[in-house]
Design a protein around this ligand. Structure first.
Ligand SMILES: *Cc1c(COP(=O)(O)O)cnc(C)c1O
Length: 391
């Protein structure tokens, strides 16, 4: 039983969250993920998923999953180090490493766990970790868990890493910032890291599959090699359309993580069938470059239209196109109005983004057509709240 004191404490917190307009609820998805979704009994055009290439509902991935399950069963049975590491997992790791031009890759069950595992394995109490203020929560949480001294630098700035002997330093950055869509300054970060003897870790959750001619992500676009960015984290649940994550880098790093990363060691391996579906999607990422080209043209179309309407949008050329509103309650009312008009564009509020920067995080995917973008812009043009936005 929860004691009255505990209940009182929970209720007080909930009350505060509601009063600030920050209460969170979930929407019920009925049926398949994609551009056309059925949610809470409504048919909506979805502008909120991270399924940037439109692969999450692709029948070819589904087929690979079914065949994978027929071959390996559903559950993986154990962690990778006990008896859960299948040939499917192993091949996917090799294919990811090849695709990204890295010695090796190591699968994790989620991106959140990859970041926690890598940071807490690589650094500890006597070390320093430098992070962009707008880094994903999992990079910040990983730093906390590691016990290293965390220094957060202003978004887009350069960390001041002294070339000292003594503490080891690690710089961690999102490749594409998840709520803003802008890019890290990878070349500058790599040169700061290299002159200070620090290790650079990049989380390219939103770049893999999307950025670069080959879809190899931010490091392809910015021309960064394994030497410059030894630790690359990527997720499989976004552009790749499946589930899970990986770390890719030098042999010595991967071997070390197998020994030391607790979120790798003490958890069940992802189902092998998921690895099989991901192998199929990794092939499609490489073969179907039209998805990236189409996405780019949608991004340009959206940005041009939003500028014409006078909307405040982010400085982003990626599929993440935040429409800035400022006030959290105001963002919620734009979200409701768009839902009424048949669009899912989820409002993102503190603490996910800094106070006073609530926004509609609009994302485009290769599954959209130009008309979807035009219809969303039309709906935005008749939102009275957007002219009151205080950013
Ligand atoms: C989504 C995301 C993660 C977490 O990945 P999951 O596989 O969803 O746990 C990590 N980092 C960034 C930047 C992300 O956007």
């Amino acid at each position: 039983m929860i004691s009255p004191a505990w209940l009182g404490r929970l209720e007080a917190l909930q009350h505060k969250v509601r009063a600030e307009g920050l209460y969170r609820t979930r929407r019920l998805l009925e049926g398949r993920q994609g551009v056309r979704v059925h949610m809470d009994g409504r048919a909506l055009t979805n502008f909120s998923s991270n399924d940037y290439l439109g692969l999450a509902g692709d029948p070819r991935l589904e087929q690979a999953l079914i065949e994978g399950a027929a071959k390996y069963g559903v559950g993986s049975g154990a962690s990778h180090l006990i008896c859960g590491h299948s040939a499917a997992h192993h091949r996917l790791e090799e294919e990811l490493a090849d695709f990204l031009g890295r010695d090796r890759a190591l699968l994790f069950s989620t991106g959140y766990m990859a970041n926690l595992g890598v940071l807490s394995a690589l650094i500890g109490r006597n070390d320093l970790v430098f992070e962009d203020r707008l880094n994903h929560a999992s990079l910040l949480d990983g730093a906390q868990l590691s016990g290293a001294k965390l220094k957060r630098y202003a978004h887009g700035a350069m960390p001041e890493v002294a070339a000292v002997q003594g503490p080891f330093s690690l710089i961690a950055s999102d490749g594409v910032f998840s709520m803003d869509g802008d890019l890290m300054e990878g070349k500058s970060l790599a040169s700061v890291a290299s002159s200070a003897g620090a290790i650079l870790m990049v989380d390219d959750a939103h770049g893999i599959g999307v950025l670069g001619q080959r879809g190899a992500g931010i490091l392809e676009v910015q021309g960064l090699e394994q030497d410059e960015v030894p630790v690359l984290v990527g997720t499989l649940g976004k552009a790749l359309g499946t589930f899970g994550a990986f770390v890719a880098g030098p042999e010595a790093l991967i071997d070390f993580l197998i020994q030391k990363a607790r979120t790798y060691i003490y958890t069940t391996a992802m189902p092998a069938a998921i690895a099989e579906a991901t192998r199929t999607s990794l092939g499609l990422v490489q073969q179907e470059s039209w998805r990236r080209e189409h996405l780019k043209s949608l991004v340009s179309r959206f940005r041009a239209g939003a500028k014409t309407l006078g909307l405040v949008i982010g400085a982003s050329d990626t599929p993440i196109q935040p429409i800035m509103v400022g006030d959290a309650q105001l963002a919620m009312s734009v979200q409701s109005r768009l839902l009424e008009a048949g669009f899912l564009v989820v409002a993102i509020r503190p603490p996910t983004v800094p106070k006073g920067t609530a926004r509609l995080r609009c994302t485009l995917t290769a599954g959209h057509v130009a008309e979807d973008v035009d219809r969303l812009l039309e709906a935005l043009s008749v939102c009275p709240e957007l002219s009151q936005s205080n950013v």
